[in-house]
Design a protein around this ligand. Structure first.
Ligand code: AMP
Length: 586
């Protein structure tokens, strides 16, 4: 199919703020495409050429893209720069210049989705001597053949500025609409997606036949979408919900999904990015310490100090996630991996087994107890037992506990009551920390003027509508260095209008794409007419009182992994309860 069909849809997506309309636009597009083109379109709509776990990124610098535009249109790079300063968007510049090309190609060809996709794939995978020039030429060739509207998106794509706001839930709904005209197949599609984490592959298979969804299976080396934890405020409520349960130490490190197939090992982060190369000692341990041929298991990795036997905090541990100096860091800050779930072993997907059976198999697998250890775990029959484990974990510097339903299957890709977390911060402060998505930022004024940075507008994620709802403006807690780094990062993702998935009544100085997550502490959650979090009609929304930033950007979380609107409502309820209990106790 011609690329223009996809470009037209992208343009329609850009001009709507309604998620239902977005679903409709994408479903209509899918109806026109064959199965293979649907796969390519899914990747392209999300700014990708492959599922995120493959780690194949196009990522061209603006300078190179400007060179390609110059090559294709005959305008000089200086002229392009000038237009860019005026328009503020390189895609719009390419579109305009393509309308008035100084030179026309001798052989101009209609672009297809296949051609555009395969060219970007080549650009992403080309490396070595002379690859830079080859990439520019390939991009210039696309632009040479592009209609103006196509040029807009061909230019934005490689610099990561597509700004369409097409999240996974929108694509899943659109697929269901394509065949069913409603959302009735969404769950079935999502359950297949949970097992392979490749939305393009899912889309292509679903287009070939909905029945294929029921045949998707887990495979080692292919990441599975992770289960998530719910939260409750007290041991009593956990006991009421689960009855007898398993309680485990909650480690504050980073979550790893480890895969092994024969000699091959792959490790994925919570966001399902491939982090194998950053964790040599974990790879080695997965290879040597487990007596099995194939496995998928999950655990939490923590750096520790061999001299004192103490564990480092998350903020220190996260330094291990880096691309350079890996070997030195592995010696300086070795990791321990606390394994907490087993999903697959030697040809068998055991994710549907009751947790107590998975745990038994996990313990049997970890006999060596070297770098990989089983998470500390106990059976608890009463709330008093849960409480005493909680006190014990917290007194040893752990974050709290995760209580697990002994009979539940592994809930791939979902936040269900199979896991319930109880963290110490629920007790010591009025509220837990909140992970907000940065959706805008403010120019610095007064003393901040020299940083050009005054703070950010933060939002939480609404899972029901796949949108971001504002909850706070936060300007405190940033160090000078953090402000400078953050501003630089945010500058790159500035947008003229709010992304379609942002719902805000407030206008920051600059809008940005929902991309970065940052942790915020606050005194309490209050009702507020100006924030959209859980706002219905004329009634007020919810906001954070006295918010302040803690720590660095949470690069391990995607915007969709931020705190959700439902979690805020739960925290608000817990806090009300604490208010009632608090004074009476005092
Ligand atoms: P949170 O990030 O606060 O939503 O808490 C859930 C996270 O706790 C999981 O994603 C894991 O990364 C982490 N975690 C730490 N220890 C455990 C454990 N024993 N079982 C499950 N998750 C754990």
């Amino acid at each position: 199919m011609e690329f223009s069909a996809l470009a037209e849809s992208m343009s329609a997506l850009e001009s709507t703020t309604s998620r239902n309309e977005m679903v409709e636009i994408i479903a209509q597009l899918f109806k026109k495409l064959d199965a293979q083109d649907i796969r390519r379109a899914v990747y392209l709509l999300q700014g990708l050429v492959a599922p995120p776990y493959a780690g194949i990124e196009v990522g061209l610098g603006e300078k190179l893209v400007e060179e390609a535009i110059a090559k294709a249109t005959g305008y000089s790079e200086k002229e392009i720069e000038r237009e860019y300063v005026k328009a503020g968007d390189l895609g719009n510049v390419a579109e305009k210049l393509c309308e008035s090309k100084k030179q026309t190609a001798l052989f101009s060809q209609e672009l297809t989705i296949e051609k555009v996709y395969s060219t970007f794939y080549k650009i992403a995978t080309l490396s070595g001597h002379g690859s830079q020039d080859a990439k520019i030429s390939m991009l210039a060739e696309l632009l040479n053949n592009a209609l103006p509207i196509e040029a807009r998106y061909i230019t934005r794509f490689p610099i990561g500025r597509l700004r369409l706001g097409v999240g996974d839930p929108t694509v899943l709904d659109a697929l269901s609409f394509m065949h069913k005209g409603d959302k009735s197949d969404r769950e079935r599609i999502e359950s297949a997606y949970n097992k392979c984490s490749d939305l393009g592959l899912i889309a292509e298979s679903y287009a070939r036949g909905p029945a294929s969804m029921d045949k998707f299976a887990m495979h080692p080396l292919v990441p599975v979408r992770p289960a998530l934890a719910e939260r409750l405020p007290s041991a009593e409520e956990i006991k009421d919900k689960l009855g007898e349960c398993i309680v485990e130490a909650k480690y504050d490190g980073f979550r790893l999904q480890c895969h092994k197939k024969g000699d091959k090992v792959e490790i994925f982060s919570r966001r399902l990015e491939r982090v194998t190369d950053m964790l040599p000692e974990i790879v080695d341990a997965v290879r040597k310490e487990l007596e099995c041929n194939e496995v998928i298991f999950e655990g939490e990795a923590l750096a520790y100090n061999e001299a004192t036997g103490e564990f480092y905090s998350f903020q220190q541990t996260i330094q291990r996630k880096r691309k350079h100096g890996v070997a030195e860091k592995a010696v300086e800050m070795p990791l321990r991996l606390f394994a907490f779930d087993l999903l697959y072993i030697d040809g068998k997907d055991i994710s549907s087994y009751p947790f107590k059976e998975r745990r038994k198999k996990l313990e049997a697998l970890l006999k060596k107890r070297g770098t990989i250890l089983p998470s500390e775990s106990y059976r608890a029959k009463s709330s008093a037992e849960i409480e005493s484990h909680f006190e014990d974990f917290v007194s040893r510097g752990l974050e709290g506990l995760v209580a697990k339903d002994m009979n539940a299957p592994y809930t791939t890709g979902a936040r269900k009551f199979a896991w319930i977390k109880l963290k110490r911060s629920y007790r010591s402060e009025l509220s837990d920390t909140i992970d907000v998505v940065v959706v805008g930022y403010y120019a610095g004024r007064g003393a901040r003027a020299r940083f050009k940075f005054g703070g950010v507008l933060g939002a939480v994620y609404d899972t029901h509508t796949d949108t971001f709802q504002t909850i706070c403006k936060v300007g405190s807690g940033f160090s000078e260095e953090q402000m400078a780094v953050l501003q630089k990062k945010l500058d790159v993702i500035k947008t003229a209008r709010p992304n379609a998935r942002i719902n805000s009544l407030i206008k920051p100085t600059y809008w940005v794409e929902p991309k970065y997550v940052i942790t915020v502490a606050a005194d309490e959650i209050t009702r507020s007419p100006i924030h959209t979090c859980a706002k219905e009609g004329d009634s007020p929304g919810y906001a954070l009182r006295f918010p302040r930033i803690i720590g660095e950007l949470r690069e391990d979380k995607r915007p969709e992994d931020a705190t959700t609107v439902d979690e805020i409502l739960d925290l608000f309820k817990m806090q009300r309860r604490a208010d009632i209990v608090g004074p009476a106790d005092g």
